[in-house]
Design a protein around this ligand. Structure first.
Ligand code: NAP
Ligand code: F7E
Length: 326
């Protein structure tokens, strides 16, 4: 007897990770449903870029509307639910802290409730984050490192993280949390620093921009490739028992050195173009993040495949092609 295809529901399907995860699951033969928040402007460009806009089933809904999440669970008959939707830009979380708490924090609880009420046997993935470590309590952060979030975003994510653990322990949900360190790609939103840099490199090289204004370029991040990281999400839901995992490369680099790599790829020196603008400083900064992915390697057999040089090359080349078409 042929088994019915697995059905997945992805919240945040129009975001960077949602698009890569949808492609990954489609390639595995899943039926993919995505929660689609109504917006006035086009949000499907990433799905089109990956050539899958017509292959996913979009279900209208919003993280802050529990009834829409219950309907999405019913319509999709999902057996795997990936909660990737969030107000995910850290800087905005100081400007819109309550929206961030509602969407990024309570929104995760709403999805857990919808799973519990409609199909408690469905497996659940929560998109947790290295921002929960914030003011780091250990030089290398692992699943046992204490949390110290530094932004409304980090605090909201910590609520979603603990709710995921609580629903696992209270109701026996197969609910896992991936503590993902920064991951980037040509589909990264333009407001995040890597993509802001690669877009600027392309524009400067093609004579369309003169300088690049940045904030704290001494901050250090553990940057990986989003395409590698979505596989880890799926692997977590294939385990017999739900658990929490740090997903990272195990290397950290300053924003300054990341700029150097991106500018050097087109033969430019970042020092000639980068201007420090205090407008981009944050009220409280996460100075350094460095993840320890040992548990993911041991239990999921997952390792990051793409180094920062390769990632920057991929992103600069994608932006060079896009800017030249404009
Ligand atoms: P992203 O590109 O900002 O995508 C966010 C997604 O959430 C978009 O599809 C957005 O929809 C949707 N969304 C926002 N508010 C919503 C609401 N109220 N209801 C329904 N959908 C809503 O984020 P990403 O980089 O793909 O990250 C995916 C998830 O992982 C996020 O939860 C993020 O916080 C977390 N995370 C990311 C990283 C990273 O480095 N990328 C690291 C750790 C954790 P629209 O397109 O309609 O706005
Ligand atoms: O900033 C510094 C900034 O905005 C990285 C989200 O996906 O990853 C992301 O959060 C660093 C910070 O990412 C600019 O101060 C300097 O130290 O690219 P970012 P983020 O804040 O680390 C985590 C894991 C998530 O979960 C989040 O959802 O770069 N920086 N100058 C700048 N950052 C930006 N955006 N713009 C600048 O001009």
């Amino acid at each position: 007897m042929k088994l019915a295809a697995k059905s997945a529901l992805i919240t945040g399907i129009t975001g960077q990770d949602g698009a890569y995860l949808a492609k990954f699951l489609l390639d595995k033969g899943y039926t993919v449903h995505g929660l689609h928040a109504r917006r006035a402007s086009d949000t499907l460009w990433r799905l089109r870029h990956l050539g899958i806009a017509n292959d996913v089933n979009l279900i209208e809904g919003d993280l802050t509307d529990l009834s829409s999440l219950i309907r999405a669970m019913e319509k999709s008959a999902a057996t795997e639910v990936y909660n990737l939707a969030a107000q995910s830009f850290v800087a905005t979380s100081w400007e819109q802290p309550i929206l961030t708490a509602n969407a990024t924090g309570v929104g995760a609880l709403n999805v857990l409730e919808a799973v519990r009420l409609v199909n408690p046997k469905a497996r659940f993935y929560q998109a947790s984050t290295s921002e929960m470590f914030g003011l780091i309590q250990e030089a290398m952060q692992s699943e046992s490192t204490p949390f110290y979030p530094r932004s409304p975003y980090g605090v909201a994510k910590l609520f979603g993280h603990w709710m995921t653990i609580n629903y696992r322990e209270s109701f026996g949900l197969h609910a896992s949390s991936g503590i993902l360190f920064n991951h980037e790609s040509p589909l990264r939103g333009i407001e995040f620093v890597t993509r802001k840099v690669t877009d600027a490199v392309a524009r400067i090289k093609q004579g369309k921009q003169k300088e690049l204004r940045l904030g704290n370029i001494d901050a250090k991040r553990d940057w990986g490739f989003a395409g590698d990281y979505v596989e880890a999400m799926w692997l977590m839901l294939q385990q017999d028992a739900a658990d929490d995992y740090v997903i990272a490369t195990g290397k950290t680099t300053t924003v300054r050195d990341m700029c150097q790599l991106a500018f050097a790829h087109v033969g430019l020196k970042y020092e000639d173009y980068v201007v420090i603008d205090p407008k981009f400083y944050r009220p409280a900064e996460v100075e350094v993040l460095l993840g320890n992915p040992a548990k993911a390697k041991a239990k999921l057999d997952w390792v990051a495949k793409t180094d920062l040089q390769t990632l920057m090359t991929m992103m600069v080349e994608a932006d060079m092609a896009r800017v030249s078409r404009e």
